[in-house]
Design a protein around this ligand. Structure first.
Ligand SMILES: *Cc1c(COP(=O)(O)O)cnc(C)c1O
Length: 381
């Protein structure tokens, strides 16, 4: 028989969270799941009602337009202006997506191929590297280290003629780092100087506990070669809805659209109507989420510190990135936590070699369960 899979499938390891799901399913008893970053709270009711209203309207039952409804793109541009003081042209500089994951994947396909290198943070959201490999391009890992506050060390990146695209993600998954403006400014300066394109995955921009995170597009001349991804998933507890958007450089968005026109047909319009509602009226829901995650963060971090873990309080995202208290094998430690304490975390090394020695807790667990997890971790098995 012929080899079933295309060769590109062999370039990528099994999806980490699919693996962890299997591990969890095999665990007897009452597991506490800090694994995948999926909000435990429901989508706010007013957003659901906006969807319900839109669902009843037959005008929304057709194929959507590829870049999304103009009204949705205008809502995204207005939100952007309000939040970051950046003015965007909704006709050319905004595109609605079936979640930012879809957009990131297709942008990599649109921009990078076999002759190209794509610089990706290490550790990071796995799809940056995996889509680069699927596209036949070469990933260049940019280590995130504690001594640099988990910022990419831009001075040590090898800028060659093949470097086509650099993917950044601040506020960062998994390290929870936030990038200051001068970091973005330096990235933009280097992108112009070395002629590559720049992306910031800013899906955690609204989950902050300190100063409000910036946008890459606040930097002058950024939009000449940069785009930024946003999502309603984490901000408004809408992961299942599949809705996000990309903003910035019109040519990059045109290239992305060429792939999308040949792949999908844009997000369901009723979902776009719900997104419009969330972007216009959703600030209070984001604020409620910040309060919720801040409380959980404080309970988890204080509890881990009492147990002797070395862990910093994150200033943004809903992750706690923790150095493991024993040894340096994230996978072995993750399996041990599951076996001895029925606690599921994400092994840092699963998100890139520089994540070795760390685990990631997602704060998608209610406070009583976090306290229970701390209690379990304090008992010897
Ligand atoms: C969750 C997550 C996404 C995916 O968001 P969707 O809009 O739901 O596709 C993208 N990037 C990072 C870093 C994430 O953690």
């Amino acid at each position: 028989m012929k080899e079933l899979s295309a060769r590109r499938l062999g370039t990528v390891a099994p999806y980490l969270f699919a693996d962890l799901d299997i591990l969890k399913a095999r665990t007897p008893g009452d597991a506490i799941d800090f694994g995948v970053g999926d909000p435990d709270q429901p989508t706010p009711k007013p957003i659901v009602r906006a969807m319900n209203r839109a669902l009843a309207n037959p005008a929304n039952h057709h194929y959507p337009t590829y870049p999304g409804m103009l009204s949705a793109r205008i809502a995204a541009a207005e939100w952007y202006q309000r939040r970051f003081h950046v003015r965007l042209n909704p006709e050319t500089e905004v595109c609605m997506l079936l979640g930012s994951k879809e957009g990131i994947a297709h942008l990599v396909w649109a921009l990078a191929g076999p002759a190209d290198t794509v610089a990706v943070p290490d550790p990071s959201y796995m799809i940056y590297k995996h889509q680069t490999l699927f596209a036949g391009a070469r990933p260049l890992l940019m280590p995130l280290r504690a001594e640099n506050d988990f910022l990419v060390d831009l001075s040590s990146v090898k800028f060659g003629p093949r470097l086509k695209l650099m993917l950044l993600n601040y506020p960062n998954n998994p390290t929870a780092a936030v990038a200051p403006r001068d970091f973005y400014a330096e990235a933009v300066r280097l992108a112009h100087r070395h002629d590559f394109y720049l992306v910031n995955d800013n899906v955690y921009s609204e989950l902050y506990f300190g100063p409000r995170p910036a946008s890459l597009l606040e930097i002058p001349h950024a939009r000449e070669r940069a785009v930024e991804f946003h999502s309603l998933s984490k901000t408004y507890n809408m992961t299942g809805w599949r809705i996000g958007f990309v903003v910035g450089n019109a040519r990059m968005i045109q290239a992305l659209l060429k792939i999308k026109q040949n792949t999908d047909s844009g997000p369901f319009q009723a979902i776009q109507e719900a997104a419009i509602y969330a972007l216009k009226h959703g600030d209070r829901f984001a604020e409620a989420n910040r309060r919720l995650y801040r409380t959980r963060r404080d309970v988890l971090v204080a509890g881990l510190q009492r147990l002797g873990w070395k862990v910093r309080k994150p200033e943004a995202t809903f992750y706690v990135w923790a150095r493991i208290p024993r040894g340096n094998d994230s996978y072995a430690f993750t399996r041990e936590l599951l076996r001895c304490h029925q606690i599921l975390v994400t092994p840092g090394s699963g998100m890139g070699p520089s994540g070795e020695g760390y685990v990631r807790f997602a704060l998608t667990v209610p406070v009583p369960r976090i306290r229970e997890a701390i209690r379990r971790l304090g008992t010897r098995q």
